[in-house]
Design a protein around this ligand. Structure first.
Ligand code: GDP
Ligand code: GDP
Length: 435
C-alpha cells in the first residue's frame, strides 16, 4: 500500500509549479526524442525514504479561469474521496478569496489530513502573514514558495512523518495481486468481466481491508491470484467515471496495491503518453508489468503489423523495453488467458532468485567478452556478482572502480542478465560496489 497526495486549489495559485517540484524529473524515462508529448499530471515522489504519488488536479480542469465551476467541484470531490492526503493550495499574496472559501467548504467534508499550502510566500513578510489562513479552519498551515522551493522540505517532513505509511511494496494479500489499469475505454471492465465469466474460475469477493477496494480471488488452470481493486472498474455505471481524472485515480490506487499490472492500451489509438505515464509509474513502484494492446480485432493487419507496433512501442519505452507485449481482443476472447498466464510469469520473475554460481558463470563470461571501457587509463575489473536479498531483483557487481561504470555499460549488463535469466516484465536494479 502506498499513498496519493492530491494538490487542489483554485487556478493560478501554483499547483503545477509545486507538482513539478515534488515529482521526480527523471522519472519520465521517455525523453523528448521519443516523440510522445508529455502531459503528466501525476508522478512518483520520494522523501525521507518513503514514497507516494502526487497528483495535480488542476491538470484535469479545462478553461476554469475565475468561477468555481461545477467541473472543479467534481474534481475536488473525487480528489478528497480517492486521495489519502490533500494539499489545499492558496496564494499568500492575494490572501483568502471567496473561491478559496468555497474550496474549503468542500474540502472540510473530507475526513482526511489537509495541509493548507500557502504558496508564493516568497518573503518573510508574506511568511508571517500566512497565519491568516488558519481561519479557513484547518490545523496544518505551511507557507511555501514553490518557485524557490523554500518551505517545501518542512511540509514534506511533516507529511512523511505522519501520514505516509511505510510501504512493503507488496500487494495486501498472500496471493499475487494483479491489477488491470489503463485509460478510460481501453477495455478494462470488459476484460475483467470476460475473466470473471469464465466457468472454471472460482470467485470469492473479499472486501479490501484498506480503502474501498474489492479484490477478487481468482483461480484458473491452477493459477491462484487476486484481481486488485476491481470495484473501481466494475462499479463504473454508478460513478461519474467518464472524467478521466477519476479513472486515473483508480488506476493509480490499483497499481499501488498490486504486484503485477496489466497495462491496457487501445490498438486503435496507438501507444500514447498516458500509457507511458502509467508504465513509468508502475516501474517506479517496482511492479511487474505486462502491456496488453487491446481491440486487436479492429486493426487492419498483415503478418508484420504486430512486430512493427511492438518495435514502435519499445522504441518509445527506451530502457523499459523488457515488458512483454500481447495483442489481444477481449471482444473476440483472443489471448485473454495468455494475458493472465503472462502476468503470473512476470510475478515469478519479480521474485526470481538467481544462484550466485550461475550468475558468476554467465556474467563473468559476458564481461570477459566485452569488458567495461577503461577510463583515464584505468582498467575496471568486475570480480564477483551476487543477487541481494531484496524484494525485487537487485544485482550487485563488485569491482575496483564502481564510479567509472557508465550508463551504456550498465545497459549492456542489464540486457545480458535479461537474455540469460528469466526476468521479463520485472524491474532489475544493478548496483556497483567495491568490496
Ligand atoms: P496552477 O494553475 O495552480 O497550476 O498554477 P501554476 O503552477 O501554473 O502557477 C501560476 C503562476 O504562479 C505561474 O506564473 C507561476 O510561475 C507562479 N508561481 C507559482 N509558484 C510561485 C511562487 O512560489 N512564488 C511566485 N512569486 N510565483 C509563483
Ligand atoms: P474501460 O473503460 O477501460 O473499462 O473500457 P470498457 O471495458 O468499458 O470498454 C470500452 C468499449 O470498448 C466498450 O464499448 C467495449 O465493448 C469496447 N471493447 C472492449 N474490448 C474490445 C475489443 O477487444 N474489441 C473491440 N472492438 N471493442 C472492445
Amino acid at each position: 500500500m502506498a499513498d496519493i497526495v492530491a494538490i487542489v486549489g483554485r487556478p493560478n495559485v501554483g499547483k503545477s509549479t509545486l507538482f513539478n517540484r515534488l515529482v521526480e524529473k527523471k522519472q519520465a524515462i521517455m525523453d523528448d526524442k521519443s516523440g510522445v508529448t508529455r502531459d503528466r499530471h501525476y508522478g512518483y515522489s520520494e522523501w525521507n525514504g518513503k514514497h507516494f504519488t502526487v497528483i495535480d488536479t488542476g491538470g484535469y480542469v479545462k478553461d476554469s479561469d475565475d468561477i468555481f465551476e461545477k467541473e472543479i467541484c467534481v474534481q475536488v470531490e473525487v480528489a478528497i474521496r480517492e486521495a489519502s492526503v490533500i494539499f489545499f493550495m492558496v496564494d499568500a499574496r492575494e490572501g483568502i478569496t471567496d473561491q478559496d472559501k468555497e474550496f474549503a467548504n468542500v474540502i472540510r467534508k473530507a475526513n482526511k489530513p489537509v495541509y493548507v499550502v500557502v504558496n508564493k510566500a516568497d518573503s518573510s513578510t508574506l511568511i508571517h502573514a500566512s497565519g491568516e489562513f488558519y481561519s479557513l479552519g484547518f490545523d496544518l498551515v505551511f507557507p511555501v514558495s514553490s518557485v524557490s522551493g523554500s518551505g517545501t522540505g518542512e511540509i514534506l517532513d511533516d507529511l512523511t512523518a505522519h501520514y505516509i505509511a511505510e510501504d512493503s511494496g507488496e500487494s495486501a494479500g498472500d496471493l499475487p495481486g494483479i491489477a488491470i489499469i489503463g485509460k478510460p475505454n481501453v477495455g478494462k471492465s470488459s476484460l475483467l468481466n470476460a475473466l470473471l465469466g469464465e466457468e472454471r474460475s472460482i470467485v470469492t469477493e473479499i472486501a479490501g481491508t484498506t480503502r474501498d477496494s474489492i479484490n477478487t480471488r481468482y483461480n484458473l488452470f491452477g493459477k491462484d491470484f487476486m484481481l486488485v481493486d476491481t470495484a473501481g472498474v466494475r462499479k463504473r455505471a454508478k460513478v461519474k467515471e467518464d472524467i478521466e481524472f477519476y479513472s486515473v485515480m483508480r488506476s493509480i490506487k490499483a497499481l499501488q496495491d498490486s504486484d503485477v499490472v496489466l497495462v491496457m492500451v487501445d490498438a486503435t489509438q496507438g501507444f500514447e503518453s498516458q500509457d507511458m505515464n502509467l508504465i513509468t509509474l508502475a516501474h517506479r513502484y517496482k511492479k511487474g508489468i505486462v502491456t496488453l494492446v487491446n481491440k486487436w480485432d479492429l486493426v487492419q493487419k498483415d503478418t508484420k503489423t504486430a512486430d512493427t507496433l511492438k518495435k514502435e512501442i519499445n522504441e518509445k519505452l527506451g530502457p523499459l523495453d523488457f515488458i512483454p507485449i500481447l495483442f489481444i481482443s477481449v471482444l473476440q476472447k483472443q489471448r485473454i488467458f495468455q494475458a493472465v498466464e503472462k502476468a503470473m510469469e512476470v510475478y515469478e520473475n519479480l521474485h526470481r532468485r538467481i544462484p550466485t554460481s550461475e550468475l558468476n558463470d554467465v556474467m563473468l563470461g559476458v564481461i570477459k567478452d566485452y569488458p567495461p571501457p577503461a577510463i583515464k587509463g584505468k582498467y575496471i575489473k568486475i570480480k564477483y556478482i551476487t543477487q541481494l536479498p531484496t524484494r525485487t531483483p537487485t544485482i550487485a557487481f563488485f569491482c575496483n572502480l564502481p564510479q567509472y561504470i557508465n550508463t551504456s555499460y550498465q545497459r549492456y549488463l542489464e540486457n545480458k542478465l535479461r537474455e540469460n535469466f528469466s526476468l521479463a516484465g520485472a524491474p532489475v536494479k544493478l548496483i556497483f560496489r567495491t568490496k
